[in-house]
Write a protein that binds this ligand. Structure first.
Ligand code: F0G
Length: 456
């Protein structure tokens, strides 16, 4: 077993802090010299001797859309020229045809926010219903290539479901560590069905991460959290696919939720690499939004100028981003600064309202994804986003992940008895509680007529 770097590829590992370039990564994917995170870089991509002809690359990627080959049909491996190489792909690549996610216009949200051009890239339309699949296909394939029998992750839900599916497809065993009682039933049920050994630990996500980091030092288990740089590489493809969908004309802003901060790092890395390779001519501003109750990165940037990050005990109903000690904060800071993006925080009520507004556009997403629209509203108010600018929200997870949250919101119970109850009154107009009636035609017609009157 090894996490050896493949010598056939141009991709090399480098520490983000001390710049060390180890030939292979340790089990915890941390630099053995300074303990910081590793990333892939591609030394062959120099601006003096272009590695690729941008036009030829774009047309190769487009042509693969018509191919019958499993790798080409994946919205991740279709872009394999920008990914670390996996040897013998027939044998080692595990794909569920991830990626290929739709880009939707959000006309009602656009009107409500006051921007003319608003799109959502819906990463919840991946095979296990979150963006995690795009990174998981690459990292799980790397585990398979390394001959691992066990893979493992700590998760707030989506990573565990994704990992369990890819492990099962690749005939590997998977170990899931999740916070007891703090993840959605939908996600837990996915892990169980896909055959993971699922441990609900009496702690939070950050506590699960601590235990897992110890475990991988003692057991031959392959770590699949987003500190694994293969995850980041796969997650880059959401941004590449987005640019292709926009005919390689970058939007002015891309807005992402921030939890452990792997996804923002990945999307930012892709933007910078695409500019370096002349696939795009300018950079969108990448902004990162956190929930107020889980805002260590927001505070790091706003209070400490990004010089340090103070871990916190996180608390938010957006369980996916209930993270107080984000592993990839330095990577995210770098892309925030390089693209000129902003960091914002939003309240629980703002998240719930934004989720219902996205839903009213016929799209729907999980609470963590809705922070993007809530954040956009604030960025519009502050003037950072202008009305004529093009904006893309990255929706990271599916509406059906958290039906409890959604039903409670529409019934008006979500904030009952909490400190947010007063603020939540403002969201009444967005609530659409189910109507319970007798099985009587007249009652249904009366409900229909009343709804029609109210819709005017
Ligand atoms: N949105 C969703 C739906 C998520 O599941 C997550 C993270 C994020 C946003 C934040 O992304 O961590 O890369 O900044 N979910 C984790 C999990 C950590 O275990 O599924 P991030």
């Amino acid at each position: 077993m090894s996490i050896a770097q493949n010598t056939e590829t141009d991709a090399k590992l480098r520490c983000i802090s001390c710049g060390a370039t180890p030939a292979s990564a340790a089990q915890d994917f941390r630099c053995s010299a300074c303990g910081d995170l590793l990333e892939f870089f591609f030394p062959g991509w120099t601006s003096d001797s272009p590695a690729f002809d941008p036009a030829a690359l774009k047309s190769l990627w487009l042509n693969r859309r018509t191919s019958r080959d499993a790798l080409d049909q994946s919205g991740v491996w279709r872009f394999r020229e920008l990914l670390p190489h996996i040897s013998d792909p027939e044998e080692h690549v595990i794909t569920l045809r991830e990626g290929n996610t739709p880009l939707y216009r959000l006309p009602r949200c656009a009107r409500a926010v006051g921007v003319e051009n608003l799109h959502a890239k819906h990463q919840g339309m991946n095979p296990t219903a979150s963006f995690k699949d795009t990174g998981m296909t690459v990292a799980a394939s790397s585990a398979h290539q390394g001959g691992f029998r066990w893979v493992a992750c700590a998760s707030t839900g989506n990573t565990s479901a994704s990992m369990a599916a890819y492990a099962a497809r690749g005939n590997m065993h998977s170990l899931v560590l999740i916070p007891d009682g703090k993840i959605s039933w939908g996600k837990l049920s996915q892990s169980l069905d896909y055959g993971a050994l699922t441990c609900q630990l009496r702690t939070d996500f950050d506590g699960c991460v601590r235990i897992l980091n110890e475990l991988v030092r003692q057991k031959p288990v392959y770590l699949l959290n987003s500190v694994n740089p293969y995850r980041i590489e796969g997650q880059k493809t959401a941004a590449i696919e987005l640019m292709e969908q926009l005919a390689w004309e970058p939007p002015d802003h891309i807005i992402v939720p921030g939890g452990n901060l792997g996804n923002s790092s990945a999307i930012g890395k892709a933007l910078l690499e695409m500019r370096e390779l002349k696939l795009i001519s300018r950079l969108p501003k990448l902004s990162i939004i956190q929930a107020h109750g889980a805002n260590p990165f927001y505070r790091s940037v706003r209070e400490f100028g990004g010089k340090k990050l103070e871990p916190m005990t996180a608390d938010t109903l957006a369980t996916a981003i209930r993270i107080g000690n984000p592993a990839s904060w330095k990577k995210a800071l770098r892309v925030l600064q390089a693209t000129g993006g902003e960091v914002e925080e939003v309240s629980e009520v703002e998240i719930a309202a934004a989720k219902a507004e996205i839903g009213a556009d016929g799209i729907g997403c999980e609470p963590a994804s809705a922070v993007t629209l809530a954040g956009l509203k604030k960025l519009r108010r502050s003037g950072f986003v202008k009305s004529g600018e093009a904006v893309v929200l990255i929706l990271t997870g599916h509406l059906l992940k958290d039906p409890d949250f959604t039903i409670k919101f529409h019934r008006g119970d979500l904030f009952a008895g909490t400190g947010d109850a007063a603020e939540a009154v403002q969201t009444k107009h967005l609530q659409r509680a189910p109507v319970v009636l007798d099985a009587d035609l007249g009652a249904v017609i009366a409900a229909l007529d009343a709804a029609e009157r109210n819709s005017k």
